[in-house]
Design a protein around this ligand. Structure first.
Ligand SMILES: *[C@@H]1O[C@H](CO)[C@@H](O)[C@H](O)[C@H]1NC(C)=O
Ligand SMILES: *[C@@H]1O[C@H](CO)[C@@H](O)[C@H](O)[C@H]1NC(C)=O
Ligand SMILES: *[C@@H]1O[C@H](CO)[C@@H](O)[C@H](O)[C@H]1NC(C)=O
Length: 328
């Protein structure tokens, strides 16, 4: 990804702007860090400031036989350049570190372009949706599961409200951005992420990364090529794990968001026990329902709806490209 930046001949202005940014960011961080002991506590400060980058949370119990450990942000190499900013326009704003989409100066991602102009990050729709749904619940009521977490727009929206989150993301570059978000939002006590694709079995699968558009990466090669046809696509081996292997039966789950570029049916199959929980205990389900992507993974919207109905999800409604399902 970082190479995409280097290949472009930047204009002198952008170069110096970038150089300045790269220089100022660590410099200001250093100043803040040095001054920190002398600064008065701010109202929203982490109540436990001495807990420097602790190993990841133990607040979400895992099944003892789990063949996979959570991803260790404390030992993950830092990505660069980092483009992170506060996402405004939400009841509970948060920071997210943007994947390095596209290249400068031709076509930087719209959020990078906005930042270079000093404008706030555009609010991802899913973040507002997540916060609306969780609005009536308390963090102690249950956890949130984010499958296909990308850079964490759903996970951090929930974590910013105090909810504990279990996230799944197989793309390493996205995991680096999630780790940025974990540190920037100081939510290492409530966000746990797995370097894996949620699926219907434990194993490995070939996953297709879409260079420059990592958010479109997919298990299906056809699916990965659907939108950004000319982008290079790299096959990588990733681990798969069913949700039912990760989430303990005793753990209440309030909300599951699935956005996995066509692999939704397989994720849902692997969460059969969880989704079969009775009304009032079953999670609110959001999943992307893109017929072309689903077909590229040998499934369909109908197959998903039929399965969901069979486990009691009888109230599904369409919200843009997402389906929202509950039991009534
Ligand atoms: C599965 O993939 C992981 C990398 O994601 C690799 O470390 C592991 O060796 C693979 N296991 C098998 C059985 O291929
Ligand atoms: C879909 O099914 C075909 C034929 O069985 C198979 O070759 C292909 O790998 C499957 N695609 C996915 C994404 O599983
Ligand atoms: C059906 O689902 C929608 C959300 O998609 C929710 O607002 C509504 O309350 C649900 N209806 C019942 C009767 O549970």
């Amino acid at each position: 990804m970082a190479n995409a930046w280097k290949r472009e001949k930047s204009s002198p202005l952008l170069l110096s702007l970038r150089g300045l940014l790269l220089l100022l960011l660590p410099l200001s961080l250093l100043i803040v860090l040095l001054l920190r002991p002398f600064l008065p506590p701010t109202p929203h400060q982490n109540p436990n400031p001495s807990s420097t980058l602790r190993p990841q949370t133990l607040t979400i119990p895992l099944s003892p036989g789990l063949p996979l450990r959570p991803f260790e942000c404390s030992t993950c190499p830092q990505a660069s350049p980092v483009f992170a900013a506060r996402v405004e326009g939400l009841r509970h704003p948060f920071l997210y570190s943007l994947a390095d989409f596209g290249s400068l100066p031709d076509k930087p991602h719209k959020n990078i372009a906005r930042m270079l102009k000093g404008k706030p990050f555009r609010r991802p729709d899913i973040s507002a949706t997540i916060q609306d749904i969780l609005d009536g619940s308390k963090p102690a009521d249950g956890i949130v599961v984010d499958i296909g977490a990308n850079v964490g727009m759903a996970a951090f929206a929930a974590a910013a409200m105090g909810f504990r989150v279990v996230a799944f993301e197989p793309v390493f570059e996205n995991l680096q951005r999630i780790c940025d978000g974990v540190f920037l939002n100081r939510v290492w006590d409530r966000v746990m992420v797995f370097e894996a694709a949620a699926s219907d079995r434990i194993g490995n699968i070939t996953f297709h990364k879409v260079v420059g558009r990592l958010d479109n990466s997919a298990i299906s090669e056809i699916g990965a090529k659907l939108v950004f046809k000319s982008n290079e696509e790299i096959p990588v081996e990733v681990r798969t794990i069913p949700l039912d292997e990760v989430i303990l039966e005793s753990e209440r789950v309030l909300l599951i968001k699935i956005d996995v570029q066509g692999w939704e049916y397989h994720v849902i199959q692997g969460a059969k026990k969880l989704l079969s929980r009775k009304k009032g205990e079953a999670p609110y389900l959001i999943y992307e329902e893109d017929e072309r992507l689903l077909r590229a993974s040998n499934s369909s919207a109908k197959k998903i709806r039929d399965f969901l109905r069979s486990v009691g999800y009888n109230n599904c409604t369409q919200h843009g490209t997402d389906a929202h399902c509950t039991k009534m």
